[in-house]
Structure formats: structure tokens, C-alpha cells
Design a protein around this ligand. Sequence first.
Ligand SMILES: [Zn+2]
Length: 322
Amino acid sequence: MATTTTRRRSGANTSNQPSATDRRQQERLPPHDHRPTTDDCMNDDQLLRYSRHILLDALGIEGQERILASHALVIGAGGLGSPAALYLASAGIGKITLVDDDCVDFTNLQRQILHTQARVGMAKAESGRQALQAINPEIDIVPLQQRLSGGALDALVATADVVLDCTDNFATRHAINRACVHHRKPLVSGAAIRFDGQISVYDLRRADAPCYHCLFPEGDDVEEVRCAVMGVFAPLTGIVGTMQAAEALKLAAGIGESLSGRLLLLDALEMEWRTVRFRKDAGCAVCSPTKDGQEPGYLPRPDADRESADGACRLAPSVQAG
Ligand SMILES: [Zn+2]
């Protein structure tokens, strides 16, 4: 391929006035300190592979370079993690750490599209790595077959630019939230059960942003149901997981408006969406500083790691729509 590609700058316009997109991008920082440098410039193959992204004014070359420089931590390689990781890989997230301690089961194949019948019995993390690498061999994929908790979870979250919670139980989700609060990492959280889906973003880079615990306090009387016993509509996990990928890519590129402060609820049987708006809880035990000045994020929760993240269609806590 010839090396005559003309670089388009994101948000380019013909007037001297900054466009609405320019202004939004100036106000929004990418989720990490790493700014693309000349060493990060895309080669010809990358310019071709990501050309349909580069054509988008809001994204352009600069946005795609930020995506290429980003590290996404995907926790759970099941129904939600499958489509999320597939789109992150195809869109060129530079590094994906894919975590799951489970192995591919025959009953997973109905919705967990990272995996194939030939890979039943294989670790989901490795099965996922093979699927992602087949789509995009250029990116760095790190499969981890482990139950992520405690110090390992903390260390991994610290290295990520964006975290996707694709797990299926409250305890793990709260542990992920605490680590993201502590390290001020943006968290994209999804849930799917039966025909009900949920998605939100907790942009914990911002001091005024609510965290997962603000919305779903631990210890509340919430309904904990799992797809293993309740069932889940296959494409529902695809819809929610794909939206998680979209939010993660926007955060990585520093474009658009995230779902921070908004919870989207989908009734896939009626195919109706609702939006619930919520704010930071000034008394939140996780994200608000304590009266004695203790840093938020790691208040003792002895039962926090009692369950593993073993799938992707998760619990749907009862929410009263405002
Ligand atoms: Zn909070």
C-alpha cells in the first residue's frame, strides 16, 4: 500500500471557530496520561484497518491513536465479556486483559460468542484469546485464568485505562468498584438476566461522579439472580456487552458523553429502554471521604470476595425508576 495517506485531524472544520466536537474534546481528558506521540503513529495497515473509524469526525486519527494506546481490563469472558472484548479487539484497543477463572461449557455456547463447540472444556480466557487474536493479531491480549480478587485485582485495575465489569455477582462487582474508586479508573458496568438488561458508567476519574456503591449499596435487599438458574435471552447479552464496548471505546478516545450518572434499563421482551438518573451519594461508604479524612475506596468488607466471576449474564438488582 502506498504511503500517501493524508492525515485527517479529528473535529476538523473549515471555519476558525471550534466545532461542538472540538469543544467537547477540549473539555474531556482521555482516561490516561499517555498521549499519542510520533512513535505511536499508525502504519499503513493500521490506517487501512481502522479507516472507518478515522473517517468519523469525532474520532479521527487522534482518537484512534488514543484507542490504540489504551489498556482495557475485561473481567468475565461470558455473555457480556464476549461481545465487549470482540469489539474492543476489532476496534484496536492496544491491550486487552481478559480475566475468567471458568472453562467453556456446552451451555455457554447459546450466548457466549467468544467460544466455539470445539473449545468446550478449554479455559474461557484462552478460548477468548484465540478468538480475539484471530480478528486482530496486532493487539496485545493477556488471558488470565484466575479468580480476580484482593491484591491481584487491585494491581490489575491500577494498570488499566478502562475497566469493564462483565461478571455475574454483586460481591465481585463491588470489589471491582472499590478498586476502580481507589485508582480513579472509569468503570463500565453491564448486567443481563432473562429479558432485562442494564448498563451504566462510573467515571471515577471525576471526584463528583457516583460509583456503583452509590447506586447499589452493599447490604441492600436486592434480588440476586443468576442466569445459570433463571435463563437469559441470548442477544440481550450481545446488546448490553456491545454497549459496554461502545462506552469503553468512547472513554478511551475521550469523545462523546458517557453514561456516567445514568443507568439504562432495557426490557428486551417489549424492546423498551428507560433511563434512571442518579448522583453521587455524599455518604457513600466507598467513594466519599470519611470524616477522619481517610481516603475512599478500601473500607473493610470481609465478605467481598466470597464469589467468583464465573460468567457474563449477571444479576439484575431491582431498581426503582425515578
Ligand atoms: Zn459511591
